[in-house]
Design a protein around this ligand. Structure first.
Ligand SMILES: *[C@@H]1O[C@H](CO)[C@@H](O)[C@H](O)[C@H]1NC(C)=O
Ligand SMILES: *[C@@H]1O[C@H](CO)[C@@H](O)[C@H](O)[C@H]1NC(C)=O
Ligand SMILES: *[C@@H]1O[C@H](CO)[C@@H](O)[C@H](O)[C@H]1NC(C)=O
Length: 432
């Protein structure tokens, strides 16, 4: 009986792989209600998809009087709608209230004085949403719809663990209050998901930054816990520990990744520099070696030259050495999760591999030199990353699978038909 249900679940998932007209026809006929999703799923969205709410207390001293308008008025969505922020002329206030400050007492970053924040909808797959209406299927919405079509239900067997996008998970040996708390909540959520589903282990699916967080979360748990609670990790275009060039371009030019209508990215650069997430996946020497990645007339910079490069662009935060935010550059480590792992990545898309600032002015857009990748993450880095993961997994006889999908961009991997089919086939396999 159990096998039968699992088989029907698989069949239903395979039907999704048919062209959509056929799927529409077959999907709702015959097989019907008895089909069920098998293992519970935790689905994580990419960077920018979580919402951040804020509350301003009496301790908050706004730099502009109107930035204090919401003081004492309770929680409001600070990061949820880019259009609202622009239309309400809230951008300078947004920048101030989102920015983090360095706290020498903890050697970490925290909110501005008088600004409290929280991430709503923890536990729900609806905790992830795109911040305007230009991309209705972004943030895994299409994938979520497909999972719901085969019987996954939010809060029953489908979950999400939205996160504070400003903070990076700690590097080995570092401490992060935000992540200590977040990882503890994720752990409880996974146990809850498992218990609610007959103690079945959970499948984790994560896109981009959400995939990276899954890996870091899993690696923070005891091995025995992983073996008990995790069925499989399916990571879709995860931002690799070995880094990618977009981290550099966003750092120099401001956060293109946040996409505000009609706001120059450069205006948000100071805020961006205060996020610890902004430098999380800096190109590493492990993937980029001695290659010059930032080119100017008088000197080039490779992944070995970050201290000089940060000095050259004038990166500074009050009381903070830029190096506080950097990992020890010689201590780049990729740690495999030691549970079944499937990674899928787009390839064959022009991806920035070098930036050129001929006259050394870092406040103008650079000339870009392209290489292979998914438009965001460089293929050389994905290969260095997956090679290391594979080596570790295979040495312990644990499943590792890496699938390159031609001609699909970083953001489109769960949106385009041809890549979504491949993703769903891998989820079906993990679910069998
Ligand atoms: C975010 O914005 C959307 C659309 O404007 C709205 O429907 C939703 O309720 C908001 N979510 C939060 C948590 O404020
Ligand atoms: C910087 O790198 C470019 C491209 O590899 C090279 O042509 C140029 O000679 C280098 N410039 C310096 C100053 O080393
Ligand atoms: C790549 O994808 C684009 C957009 O979906 C499509 O127009 C193009 O024909 C594809 N190219 C190849 C070589 O498959």
């Amino acid at each position: 009986m159990a096998m039968n249900a699992a088989f029907l679940g698989l069949l239903r998932l395979l039907l999704l792989l048919l062209p959509s007209s056929l799927h529409d026809y077959l999907g709702d006929q015959g097989v019907g209600q008895q089909l069920q999703a098998h293992y519970p799923i935790l689905l994580q969205g990419g960077f920018g998809c979580s919402v951040l709410e804020a509350r301003l207390t009496d301790a908050y001293t706004p730099s502009l009087p109107r930035c204090g308008a919401l003081k004492g008025k309770g929680w409001f969505p600070l990061w949820n709608s880019t259009v609202d922020l622009v239309n309400h002329h809230y951008m300078p206030c947004f920048e101030e209230q989102m920015s983090l400050v360095f706290d020498p007492a903890t050697n970490g970053f925290k909110n501005q004085h008088g600004v409290e924040t929280r991430v709503p909808n923890f536990g729900s797959v609806y905790g992830f949403s795109y911040k305007d209406d230009t991309c209705p299927f972004c943030c895994n919405v299409r994938l979520r719809n497909e999972l719901q079509a085969i019987g996954y239900r939010d809060g029953d067997n489908l979950f999400g663990a939205p996160y504070d996008i400003r903070h990076a998970p700690p590097r080995p040996g570092q401490y992060s209050e935000v992540y200590t708390e977040y990882f503890a909540r994720v752990k409880d959520l996974v146990q809850h998901a498992s218990e609610k589903n007959g103690n079945k282990p959970v499948i984790f699916i994560g896109h981009s930054f959400g995939g990276r967080l899954i890996l870091d979360f899993v690696n923070s748990t005891p091995l025995q816990w992983r073996k008990k609670y995790i069925k499989h990790l399916v990571l879709l275009s995860p931002t690799p520990h070995t880094g990618f060039m977009d981290v550099i371009t966003n750092f120099i030019e401001g956060p293109r990744v946040l996409r505000f209508p009609n706001v120059p990215y450069l205006d948000l650069r100071k805020m961006w520099w205060s996020f610890t997430s902004s430098l999380l996946s800096l190109p590493s020497s492990m993937a980029f070696g001695q290659e010059p990645i930032i080119i100017t007339k008088h000197r080039n910079y490779s992944a070995y030259d970050y201290p000089e490069f940060f000095a050259a662009i004038g990166f500074s935060l009050k009381g903070v050495s830029p190096l506080t935010k950097l990992p020890p550059l010689t201590d780049m480590r990729v740690e495999a999760p030691m549970v079944p792992l499937t990674i899928l990545n787009g390839v064959g898309i022009e991806t920035t591999k070098q930036v050129v600032f001929w006259d050394g002015n870092f406040d103008v857009s650079p000339e870009l030199v392209y290489g292979d990748g998914d438009g965001v993450v460089n293929l050389n880095s994905v290969l260095a990353f997956t090679k290391e993961l594979e080596k570790q997994q295979v040495s312990e006889n644990i499943l590792f699978k890496f699938i390159k999908i031609p001609n699909v961009t970083h953001g489109d991997i769960t949106i385009q038909d041809h890549s979504l089919r491949i993703v769903l086939a891998e989820i079906a396999e993990a679910n069998s």
